[in-house]
Ligand binder design. Structure first.
Ligand code: KIV
Ligand code: ZN
Length: 498
């Protein structure tokens, strides 16, 4: 048996059934072209009888791509098959995917039929499809809950009728991985003509086991997997293409592979997500924004020593530039030092400690520390020893109907001085207290506040310009508390006065 696993992508058919995520033909063509670049073997382009839009998409996708086989879905109904064949007229390689339900639920409740009648209809559909195309795939809908003895009979008959691929869908995502694997192994062992067709998996993710079931199917004899990009699809979705492909790539021991160019995975994933307006969950395997980011100190240290300590996939292999080290309150010195080096800082050990303390202090106040934050922390650490005036504590009281009052404690050459003052706002009050404390006649000439980046937990930057005896002095500080930043920047400027 061959070790190549055929990738049958149904993003544009089963994936597109997600409510609110419908694509127009132009968007479908763009995705189909990207799927071709990704290297999928088969693109299921639509269900032509379902709507003129679906019909048109199958026609246009057939014209737009050359390498993958273009597949069109039908029920086991003559009209569906004729319309599908018509839609596939421009396909370089066309496949009709026809089928019928084989579980007791489908046979008796949905189709109001009986097992023999279902086999008859299945065989007729395959024979009819064969009149139009050589490549006919048969799906036994709800095979996951179908009786294995009966399923083997269906599969044998449709292969006799000419089916080239037999699809065993776990339509409701009910199977356990060992159970689904056993179902495939059962067909491999019991169906006498099974070597005349390829067995395909088609697993849904209702219990979160679609990927595990598909891989189990492969291990037990399936050679085609039906998947969607980002795992999109009805309800909890379909098997995700990237998960199966990277499982096979990572587990070389299984000795299976696909023709997928994995470096195109991220690009394809983003395109599908954007065009379908369907965000990807951050922790989604392979393509989630956190899939290659490390935030705990132990993991960051491990990854910096050797990427493989905590990563089983090289991010570059799936088209992600590099793993990211997210600096948070849980990050250690190694990660901080690494980031500072990338930013061009090389602090001495003592300075590093000072920066690390400030970093932890800031990280406790805001979630993620950005490069801009680090520049500020590191830049400030560089000049700390040249600051004669340091803010020790600051307390302000302000609000509607209150007189703004500030109590400021400042250290000057090791001695602590305290002063309280009021003003027309908390900053004015704090500045008055500082002026009284330093016993100098200083005039504030400019005061500029800037938020550095995004949310309300971000650092605020304050620049001040003060005048003393005809000379100008500049001060700067950054802090998550804008009043503290203001007082520190004021002290920074005053500290420069000789
Ligand atoms: O889930 C399913 O059974 C299907 C078939 C139509 C192939 O999507
Ligand atoms: Zn499906």
């Amino acid at each position: 048996m061959s070790n190549k696993i055929y990738i049958f992508d149904t993003t544009l058919r089963d994936g597109e059934q997600v409510p609110g995520c419908q694509l127009n033909t132009i968007e479908k063509i763009e995705i189909a072209r990207q799927l071709e670049k990704l290297g999928v073997d088969i693109i299921e382009a639509g269900f032509p009888v379902s709507s003129p839009g679906d019909f048109n998409s199958v026609v246009e996708i057939s014209k737009a791509v050359s390498n993958p086989t273009i597949c069109a879905l039908t029920r086991a109904v003559k009209k569906d098959i004729e319309v599908a064949a018509d839609a596939l007229q421009y396909a370089k390689k066309g496949r009709i995917h026809t089928g019928i339900g084989t579980s007791p639920y489908h046979i008796f409740n949905k189709l109001n039929s009986n097992p023999d009648e279902i086999i008859k209809r299945a065989v007729e559909a395959v024979k009819f499809a064969k009149k139009f195309v050589e490549d006919v795939e048969f799906y036994a809908e709800d095979a996951g809950r179908s009786d294995n003895e009966y399923l083997a009979r269906v599969v044998e008959e449709v292969i006799k009728a000419g089916a080239t691929v037999v699809n065993i869908p776990d339509t409701t995502g009910y199977c356990l991985p060992y159970e689904y694997g056993e179902k495939i192994a059962w067909l491999v062992n019991k169906v006498p003509n099974i070597d005349k067709a390829i067995i395909s998996t088609h697993c849904h993710n209702d219990l979160g086991m679609a990927t595990a079931n598909s891989v189990s199917g492969i291990i037990n004899g399936a050679r085609q997997v039906e998947v969607t990009m980002n795992g999109i699809g009805e309800r909890a979705g379909n098997t995700s293409l990237e998960e199966v492909v990277m499982t096979l790539r990572s587990h070389k021991d299984l000795n299976f592979d696909t023709d997928i160019d994995t470096t195109q995975i991220m690009k394809t994933s983003s395109l599908v997500s954007t065009l379908m307006r369907m965000p990807i969950q951050p922790n989604k395997a392979i393509v989630g924004r956190n899939a290659f980011s490390h935030s705990s100190g132990i993991h960051q240290d491990g990854v910096l020593k050797n990427r493989e300590n905590y990563e089983i996939i090289n991010p570059a292999d799936v088209g992600v530039k590099e793993s990211s080290i997210v600096l948070t309150a849980r990050s250690g010195r190694a990660a901080l030092k690494h980031r500072l080096t990338v930013l061009g800082y090389d602090p001495e050990p003592a300075k590093m400690e000072e920066i690390y303390t400030k970093f932890l202090d800031l990280a406790d106040k805001k979630k993620d520390i950005t490069d801009e934050d680090l520049e500020i922390i590191a830049g400030r650490a560089k000049t700390a020893e040249s600051r004669p005036l340091e803010l020790v504590s600051l307390q302000v009281m302000c609000g509607k109907e209150l007189i703004p009052t500030a109590t400021v404690q400042v250290s000057f050459n090791g001695d602590i001085f305290t002063e309280t003052a009021s003003g027309n706002g908390p900053i004015d009050a704090a500045f008055s207290a500082v002026k009284t404390l330093v016993k100098r006649k200083v005039r504030l000439e400019e005061f500029l506040v800037q938020a550095i980046t995004r949310g309300s937990d971000d650092l605020g930057k304050v620049h001040v310009r003060v005048e003393h005896k005809g000379q100008t002095y500049y001060g700067f500080a950054a802090h998550t508390d804008i009043v503290t930043a203001s007082v520190e920047s004021f002290l920074d400027a005053i500290g420069k006065i000789q």
